[in-house]
Ligand binder design. Sequence first.
Ligand code: FES
Length: 671
Amino acid sequence: MADDATHGDDPLVVFTPSGRRGRFGRGTPLLQAARALGVDIDSVCGGRAICGRCQVAVSEGRFAKLGLVSTAENLSLPGAAEIRYAGRRKGLAPGRRLSCQALIEGDVVVDVPAESQVHKQLVRKRADARKIDLDPVVHLHYVEVAKPDMHDPASDLRRLAAALERQWELARPSADLRPIQGLQRALREGDWAVTVAVREGNQIVAVWPGYRDRALGLAVDIGSTTIAAHLCDLASGEVVAAAGVMNPQIRFGEDLMSRVSYVMMNPGGDAEMTRVVRQAINALAREVAAEAGVAAADILEITFVGNPIMHHLLFGIDPTELGGAPFALATDMALTVWASELDLELHPNARAYALPLIAGHVGADTAGVILAEGPHLQDEMMLVVDVGTNAEIVLGNRERLYAASSPTGPAFEGAQISGGQRAAPGAIERVRVDRETLEPRFRVIGDEAWSDAPDFDARVTGICGSGIIEVVAEMYLAGILTSDGVIDGALAARNSRIVADGRTFAYTLHEGPPTIRVTQNDVRAIQLAKAALYAGARLLMDRAGVESVDRIVLTGAFGSHIDVRHAMVLGMIPDCDLAKVAAAGNAAGTGARIALLNRAARAEIEATVRRVEKVETAVEPRFQEHFVEAMAIPHKSHPFPNLARAMTLPAPRPSSPAGASPRRRRRRVSP
Ligand code: FES
């Protein structure tokens, strides 16, 4: 490289979007100039016109500020290697050049597109979601290795390491036994040209003959109900295949505590659950690999998130201690082990990384949520709620973070609700109730039409969690429910959908078959669940000394389907500007993906969880107080000014004598 003062005659090269510039002698490859300036351009083949990762485009025109005229003619004409690459199936996009082949002949402004950058940012669907920078723990490098020489008796590994040092500037590459076992064959089969997967900058983990451009990693979220896996291309960050499966541990117990009980009652039960979850992960790995047209043995890295019990069972650690106070974890630290130690049938040298845990009830899944949503990077006070049978709640900003787990129970997942079911085709997921007529309309999963549309012909099978939240919130907004959660029987005279149901009333959402009614018990189950969630959030707000939060994100497989307005009407979450309340997807799974694709993120989350202040809801006396007050809809005493600005809320009213349950009325007349 030259600077302006000493080599003023040399062509000026400006890279965008970085703006880095310098003067270089004619005949310098663009990639070399970029490297000299620290411009981020990808390469696997080391400038051999094989990988196509180094593509750039010349910006044509007069750049007055830079004092130059940039034209594609100021680069050398494509040579044979570049023409050969351009003729390949993927080839070169119009206007693109291989920067490793194009030589500088005059002034140029060179644009480095996002896909050619090593540390590119991955696009996320939500605009307010944290950006993911690509910097995976494993990189591929194509190298040409010196042949063995009688006069220079260096081993294959030593010559490979020397080639990596020379061609890729890696510092002291090393290998353990496993890649060494296949090294001789790979080098000879590849005619002394191989692709090497290098972990953490210098650990050789795999060697393949010839050129290879795909390194794959798997991000796995082990939920107590489902296990989700995303197969990612480590070079592009792209999710190449995804799949989910029911957690087979369900047959040992529906919820976490019943699985711990199973272990307590059945010696060896933990080993059994460890075995089945590992089998399920192997099956998922095979499934996603087949979908991507590769083998599970091509997966070089796997990352895990999961709650503490799922985590311990995966690693073959007895979870019994987590079944009761003081909920002591065997370890809360991030773990890196051989995938083969977990009986995972991936690449023989694949490593498995599990995010750190926070506390006995707050696991690596919450660490994943923190990594994905980034409350620790915000100035604003952010509340992140992972909604599930246990709600994991995180509150904080860049200065402080608090976390708790709140036992919401399975009602939000449609369990213990009459007509409730898991989210699947046929389940009612959206509900509106007319404020005047009290007539409902709804939509079911798998059908875009609302039930009052002429073309609606979907088969209704039940109601899922998001549906039950909406119907309860809508019943409240329509005045069918009082703020203390009683179905107002006095309205039976107005609409025949309100029917006596034993000693209470129910609201008929769908005339069968199957008839779907929202009963007083259903409303109570939702009130209990939402009160637990709100009380947990409120406890963290007390601890943080704040009366309101600036931003709320609902996550979790179910959390992502909740309509945030209805969640707030119900009082599941504290009042907040609705524009700043979002439903994210599976944030824990995204956290596993970030840990797979960005190695700095591992250190970041390991350091961040150490400063999370854990709040144990079970021993906080204020929890019960908050819980009781949060039973009302939306809340007994806390105002919801943002919500009131966004919609008309019913005037608070106690249950009317006429609206009280038949049981209550009977009590009054027969003392
Ligand atoms: S660096 Fe691989 S094609 Fe240019």
